[in-house]
Design a protein around this ligand. Structure first.
Ligand code: KIV
Length: 259
């Protein structure tokens, strides 16, 4: 997958599949399943590091995870999330930080949370040859300002954000937590693909956090998530069985042990 091929999928009416991954083995599985885009999201702060939100995630941590993911992916486009505040300090700092991501991880693109107010940064990154996926609607990096993870309904602002990031040179845009009708309207108003999360079926593609989809996220999961597997249960059963086998002496089996 390449950026131009991904952009062409919208015109061809092909839906884009995107999932997060944070390490080599899961990225390999996601890639082999034929997912179009792998996002090394700053959601790693919550689902991998066990933190309350994404704000503590550092650029070095994104680079650490993104390097493993990019090495594992043979087909998918790999996008690394720019963590707070790696792009909020202005265009030049953003280019410097995003260039580090591309050089040190071999990812293909970066994602930044921002609309109209980040147009200058997106334009700077695009001019430097760094493909940018924008992210509008609910922006988890603004959680304290927003006061919670709620549906974003400001129609005028969302349409302006989508237009601004496209005009600034973003190649696609994530729409997070928008009413389905509004997300469909935003999607129809721009030429670059929209990737929805909690934004209904009218987007050009969909993204989910891998741990949510696999049933590995402890505690509450967002309403928009479809849980496709209960891996927490599977892992618990396997580990409990191993513990019981060790306690009872059923494992290891004598003939399997090297003499
Ligand atoms: O960090 C992340 O995983 C994301 C997706 C939920 C879009 O931003």
């Amino acid at each position: 997958m390449t950026v131009p091929k991904l952009v062409a999928m919208k015109a061809a009416g092909q839906k884009i599949s995107m999932l997060t991954a944070y390490d080599f083995p899961t990225a390999q599985l996601v890639d082999q399943a034929g997912i179009d885009v792998i996002l090394v999201g700053d959601s790693l702060g919550t689902v991998v590091q066990g933190r309350a939100n994404t704000l503590p995630v550092t650029l070095d941590e994104i680079i650490y995870h993104a390097e493993m993911v990019a090495r594992a992916a043979e087909r998918a486009l790999v996008v690394a999330d720019m963590p707070f505040p790696s792009f909020q300090l202005g265009k030049y700092r953003a280019i410097e930080n995003a260039a580090r991501v591309l050089k040190e991880t071999l990812c293909h693109a970066v994602k930044i949370e921002g609309g109209e107010e980040q147009a200058d940064v997106i334009e700077g990154l695009a001019t430097a040859g760094i493909p940018v996926m924008a992210h509008i609607g609910l922006r988890p990096q603004k959680i304290h300002q927003l006061g919670g993870y709620s549906l974003q309904r400001n129609r005028e602002q969302l349409l302006a954000d989508a237009r601004a990031v496209q005009d600034a040179g973003a190649f696609s845009v994530v729409l997070e937590c928008l009413p389905a009708k509004l997300a469909a309207e935003v999607t129809g108003s721009i030429e670059i693909p929209t990737i929805g999360i909690g934004a209904g079926p009218g987007c050009d593609g969909q993204v989910l956090v891998l741990h949510d989809l696999l049933g590995l996220t402890p505690g509450r999961i967002p309403r928009h998530v479809k849980v496709y597997a209960d891996l927490a249960k599977t892992i618990n059963a396997a580990v409990t069985q191993y513990r019981d086998d060790v306690r009872s002496g059923t494992f290891p089996v004598a003939k399997k042990t090297s003499q």
